[in-house]
Design a protein around this ligand. Structure first.
Ligand code: BGC
Length: 261
């Protein structure tokens, strides 16, 4: 089969938030492999965001950058407008940008709360609203894929702000799936478990904690960003046309691992 025949996303434009690193970077590149042109959005367009762009261009696809900090309400309202100005349209929005901050519940500050909730929830909410309004204005269907977490289900003590944001994304996905279905827009969440990315750098540098975590993952390894990216490419494609309002877990079995021994 030629590349053109296998390009499931040919003619599509995707915007991936936080695609300067980690899972977002892998998704941006994977969508390009499947034929999409890609808008690379990140808080800072630095060397790693440029690497995402270069990798996409090497695949023969268009890539442009939009600097936009989803934690900054003034910034996040510009991202879709700037992306559309550069690419002409967007078909697929991947809400990947996310942060976490560890703190005992009794020590969580308003700054911690705002930092995590503004990026993971508020920014995601309003960029999605802008994307939906773009689709409405151009009368086209679209795809929304949120990178949530196993912690939209699973408690994660000392990460209450993160859990609150991811639990909210679970409900937002289900609610928007219903409201936006008549517009031909599907909304799904991907819930990664422990993936080897910069968000986990403390854990990755702590052999004890890492060993304990690996013991809880039935498949016995951390996930790779591409484990998540392959699912995002599927959910963005026509193969997933009838899937909406779902969370798909990519966690090596972590979430439902229960054993009595
Ligand atoms: C968090 C990681 C954590 C993993 C598994 C992810 O959502 O970002 O810090 O290791 O879930 O608990």
């Amino acid at each position: 089969m030629t590349e053109a025949h296998s390009a499931k996303l040919a003619g599509k434009v995707a915007c991936v938030t936080g695609s300067g690193q980690g899972i977002g970077q892998a998704i941006a590149i994977r969508l390009a492999k499947e034929g999409a042109d890609v808008v690379v959005d990140d808080r800072v367009i630095g060397e790693s965001a440029q690497q995402t762009v270069a990798a996409i261009q090497k695949l023969g696809r268009r890539a442009v950058t939009v600097q936009g900090d989803l934690g900054n309400p003034a910034d996040d309202r510009r991202v879709i407008a700037e992306a559309v100005a550069q690419m002409g349209k967007i078909d697929i929005l991947v809400n990947n940008a996310g942060v976490e901050r560890r703190a005992d519940f009794w020590d969580v500050t308003e700054q911690d709360f705002d930092f995590v909730l503004n990026i993971n929830l508020r920014g995601t909410f309003f960029i999605t609203q802008d994307f939906v309004n773009h689709l409405r204005a151009t009368n086209r269907p679209g795809r929304i894929i949120n990178i949530s977490s196993v912690h939209e289900e699973l408690p994660f003590p000392h990460f209450s702000t993160y859990c609150a944001s991811k639990g909210a994304l679970k409900m937002l996905c289900r609610d928007l799936a219903i409201e936006l279905a008549p517009l031909g827009i599907t909304v799904n969440n991907i819930a990664p478990g422990a993936i080897e990315t910069p968000i986990n750098k403390d854990l990755l540098n702590n052999p004890e904690e890492l060993k304990m975590l690996l013991g809880k993952i039935p498949l016995g390894r951390l996930g790779t960003p591409d484990d998540v990216a392959r699912l995002a490419a599927f959910l963005a494609s026509d193969d997933a046309a009838y899937i909406t309002g779902s969370t798909v877990t990519v966690d090596g079995g972590l979430l439902w691992n229960y054993q009595e021994q």
